[in-house]
Design a protein around this ligand. Structure first.
Ligand code: ADP
Ligand code: MG
Length: 450
C-alpha cells in the first residue's frame, strides 16, 4: 500500500476531526452512518460533508451505502491518525521509505528531530488468507468489537509490551520507543533478515546463538511461535536481533510443546539447507521422537527449567492484559486451524463479502504463520492489482452519485442550522439501537480537547 505522507500536510484540522469522528463511530459501527459522523465531528455549516468528500478522495475513508449511507476508515486513514498522533507527541517528524512488508504489517523508516532514524511498524491484522477468514468469521460474527482496528491495535500493544519486557531481560530485540493505535515505533535494526543472507563466516556460532535464544526464551516462560529466518535479523558482525512478537505465547499454553518444537525445527531445517550444517543425526531420518531429537542436539522442551510468572506479571503490568492475550490468540489460532483444515476450493467471494474483518479487500492474501520455506513475498498482493483497478473503476462510477448525495445532505444540514435546530434524520434506514444521543455525547466528550 502506498503511504503518501505528503497528504498529511494538506489535511486540515477539520479533516482530522472528521477522520477521528469516524474512528470513534467505529467502536460501535462497522460502517459509521454519515449523520452520526456529522454529529460527532460537529463542524459548522454542514462542513462535515465537504470534508468527507476530501477524505474519500485521498482514500482515507471508504464509502458504503449497502445497508445505510456511511463510511469506515481504510488502513490509510487509520495510518494517518496514528502518524499524526506520533508527530504531535514529538516521537518523529517525518516518514521515509518502506523497509519491510510482512504478512501482517508494513514497516517504514521514520526520522526524528535529532536526525535519528527509527522503524515504524503498522500492524494490519485483517490481512489474512482467504482460508483463514471463514473460521475467524464464525466467532467474530458475535463480537462486533473484533474488527481489524481492534485486532491491529491489540497486535501493536502486544508487540510493544513484549519488546519492552524482552529488552529488560537482555534479549536481543529492537528498542521499543512508542506505540499508538496499530503502530509501533522501535529502533532500526542495522542488518538484514537472515533469509537474505547467503553466506556466514561462522554459521555454527550463529546457529548456536539462535538456538540459545529459543531455549532462554522458554526459560523465561515464552515461545516465539514464528521464530524463523524472516524474523531473525543479522548484521555484518553476525550479531542477531529477533523481531516480530505478536504471536508469542506462554510455555503454559496447551500447544506449547508443538510451538517450541516447530521453532526449533525451522532453525535446524534452515541452517541445514542454507549453510549445509550437518547435525549428529540426519534430520531426514528423524521420526519426530524426543529421543532422536536429543541425539541430534535439539533442545528438549520438557527438560527446560523455567522461572514461572514472567509473562503474566510483567506483561500485565505493561497494560497488555490476559483478556487481550486471549483475544489475539484466538484470532491467530483461528487462522492456523483454518489454514490446516479448509481446502482452497471452498473459498468464495461471497465468504469474503460477509466478513466484517476485511478493511481493504486487496489485503486478503496472506496466512498468519510463516513456514520455514514460505517467503514473505508480496507477489500475491501485486496479483490483486487488477481487481483493485476494477474496484476503482466502480468506485469512480459511484463517486458522482455519492457527491450528489453528500451535497444534498450538506444542504440539508446547512438549512437545519439556519433554522436553529438539529439536522434531520437521514433518508436511509439506519437506526441507532444503542440510544443515539447519550452515545453521541459520550463520544463528543472524548473528542473535546482534540
Ligand atoms: P510481520 O509481523 O508482518 O512479519 P515483521 O516485524 O517481521 O513483520 O517485519 C517485516 C520485515 O520488516 C522484517 O523482515 C524486516 O525486514 C523489516 N523490519 C521489521 N522491524 C524492523 C526493524 N526494527 N528494523 C529494521 N527492519 C525491520
Ligand atoms: Mg515477520
Amino acid at each position: 500500500m502506498k503511504l503518501d505522507v505528503d497528504v498529511l500536510r494538506y489535511l486540515s484540522k477539520d479533516d482530522f476531526r472528521v477522520l477521528t469522528a469516524v474512528e470513534l463511530g467505529m467502536r460501535n459501527h462497522e460502517i459509521v452512518p454519515t449523520e452520526l459522523i456529522d454529529r460527532i465531528a460537529r463542524l459548522k455549516h454542514g462542513g462535515t460533508y465537504k470534508v468527507l468528500k476530501n477524505l474519500l478522495k485521498h482514500k482515507l475513508l471508504h464509502h458504503d451505502s449497502s445497508k445505510y449511507d456511511g463510511f469506515r476508515l481504510t488502513y490509510l486513514g487509520y495510518d494517518y491518525l496514528a502518524i499524526k498522533t506520533m508527530v504531535n507527541k514529538g516521537v518523529f517528524v517525518g516518514v521515509g521509505r518502506q523497509i519491510g512488508v510482512g504478512k501482517e504489517s508494513d514497516i517504514f523508516e521514520v526520522l526524528c528531530e535529532d536526525g535519528t532514524v527509527l522503524a515504524m511498524k503498522l500492524h494490519r491484522l485483517g490481512r489474512v488468507s482467504f482460508r483463514a477468514v471463514k473460521s475467524k468469521r464464525d466467532y467474530l460474527r458475535h463480537r462486533s468489537s473484533y474488527n481489524w482496528l481492534y485486532l491491529s491495535r491489540l497486535a501493536a500493544l502486544k508487540e510493544f509490551a513484549f519488546m519492552k519486557a524482552l529488552e529488560t531481560h537482555s534479549f536481543p530485540v529492537p528498542k521499543a520507543v512508542e506505540h499508538n493505535r496499530h503502530c509501533v515505533v522501535m529502533s532500526l535494526v542495522q542488518g538484514y533478515p537472515l533469509v537474505q543472507v547467503k553466506q556466514l563466516q561462522n554459521p555454527e556460532v550463529v546457529f548456536e546463538t539462535i538456538l540459545g535464544i529459543v531455549v532462554r526464551l522458554a526459560e523465561h516462560g515464552l515461545i516465539h511461535c514464528d521464530f524463523n529466518e524472516f524474523n531473525i535479523m543479522i548484521d555484518d558482525d553476525e550479531k542477531i536481533t529477533m523481531i516480530d512478537f505478536p504471536q508469542m505465547v506462554s510455555v503454559s499454553h496447551r500447544n506449547a510443546q508443538m510451538y517450541f518444537d516447530r521453532d526449533v525445527e525451522c532453525i535446524f531445517k534452515f541452517f541445514r539447507k542454507r549453510f549445509n550444517l550437518s547435525f549428529q543425526e540426519s534430520i531426514d531420518d528423524n521420526d519426530g521422537s524426543n529421543e532422536e531429537k536429543d541425539e541430534d542436539g535439539r533442545p528438549c522442551f520438557s527438560e527446560i527449567e523455567r522461572s514461572a510468572g514472567f509473562l503474566d506479571k510483567e506483561l500485565a503490568a505493561s497494560g497488555f492484559t490476559r483478556k487481550d492475550e486471549e483475544d489475539i490468540q484466538r484470532f491467530i489460532e483461528g487462522g492456523e486451524e483454518a489454514d490446516n483444515s479448509d481446502s482452497e476450493g471452498d473459498d468464495s467471494a461471497e465468504d469474503l463479502n460477509e466478513s466484517n474483518l476485511l478493511p481493504d479487500e486487496e489485503h486478503e492474501n496472506k496466512g498468519k504463520h510463516e513456514s520455514c520455506e514460505a517467503g514473505e513475498s508480496v507477489a500475491s498482493e501485486k496479483e490483486d492489482a487488477t481487481d483493485e483497478n476494477e474496484k476503482e473503476e466502480n468506485e469512480m462510477e459511484d463517486e458522482a452519485e455519492l457527491n450528489k448525495s453528500l451535497n444534498k445532505q450538506r444542504q440539508r444540514a446547512i438549512a437545519a442550522t439556519r433554522r436553529g435546530r438539529k439536522s434531520l434524520a437521514s433518508r436511509n434506514s439506519y437506526k441507532d439501537k444503542g440510544g443515539r444521543s447519550s452515545h453521541s455525547s459520550k463520544l463528543q466528550k472524548q473528542l473535546s480537547g482534540w
